[in-house]
Design a protein around this ligand. Structure first.
Ligand SMILES: O=C(O)CCC(=O)C(=O)O
Ligand SMILES: [Mn+2]
Length: 232
């Protein structure tokens, strides 16, 4: 069962967070600040379909592919080490240690390209983040299983901004507390930004399923705010 639908709203750019240099770099194309609301039970989910235009998105994808120090993480499942089905990099402020499912991630320092993407997201949403998990899906065999980003480090009402570059993939959501669970699905397109609001992680799970036959790659950046920063 599908729960929810998309309604159109045009957002105003956040003038106070718009640096001049970023404006000239990113303000191109039709309605680059357009915002769509996906109406979901118990959660806010906004999409900026053209946060980056095609030329910008392709350039960002190619730059990140070579610049990011991609890591292969492993999970211990039933006593066996299994490779996480994607490559990753945790980037952010020095003290923003983060982990999930037993994997501990130490941040690498902000890189210029990622900082530019961060600035564009601030311009669109008015929000700031102190870290980002970057995922590299090499092809349709790479994926993320059902989960919620509800780790204690993210606080009780985590807002997460998720940028998609490269191959288009399906994003699925499943309500945690309805039976049978309400489900929702959308396409994550090249250059789009998805803003997962305060109550989404508490009430919904999400996944990026495998996609048979896809041989193109995708990079995803989920900007997060670590609230329980560890002191040196
Ligand atoms: O790749 C995506 O769009 C989602 C990634 C994700 O959910 C995560 O890294 O927590
Ligand atoms: Mn997630």
């Amino acid at each position: 069962m599908l729960a929810g639908n998309a309604a159109l709203c045009i957002s105003e750019p956040q003038e106070n967070t718009r640096p001049q240099m970023q404006a000239s770099l990113f303000d191109q194309g039709d309605h680059p600040d357009q915002c769509v609301e996906h109406v979901l039970q118990d959660a806010k989910l906004l999409e900026y379909p053209r946060a980056f235009n095609a030329v910008q998105s392709d350039a960002l994808f190619n730059t990140l592919l070579t610049e990011i120090p991609w890591q292969q993480e492993y999970l211990r499942i039933a006593g066996k080490l299994r490779a996480v089905p994607r490559l990753q990099c945790w980037m952010g402020d020095k003290a923003s240690l983060y982990g999930y499912s037993g994997v501990r991630l130490t941040p690498c320092p902000w890189n210029k390209t990622v900082s530019d993407i961060h600035a564009r997201i601030g311009e669109l949403t008015g929000k700031k983040f102190n870290s980002v998990l970057i995922n590299y899906y090499r092809n349709g065999q790479d994926s993320v299983a059902w989960h919620a980003d509800d780790e204690a480090e993210l606080g009780k009402a985590a807002v997460i901004a998720s940028v998609s570059l490269g191959a288009e993939r399906k994003f699925q959501l499943k309500h945690k507390h309805t039976n049978p669970p309400h489900k929702y699905q959308l396409q994550l397109r090249n250059g789009s930004l998805l803003l997962m609001g305060e109550t989404l992680q508490q009430n919904w799970l999400h996944q990026l399923p495998k996609m048979q036959g896809l041989d193109q790659a995708r990079i995803n950046l989920t900007f997060r705010n670590i609230v329980s920063i560890q002191q040196d």
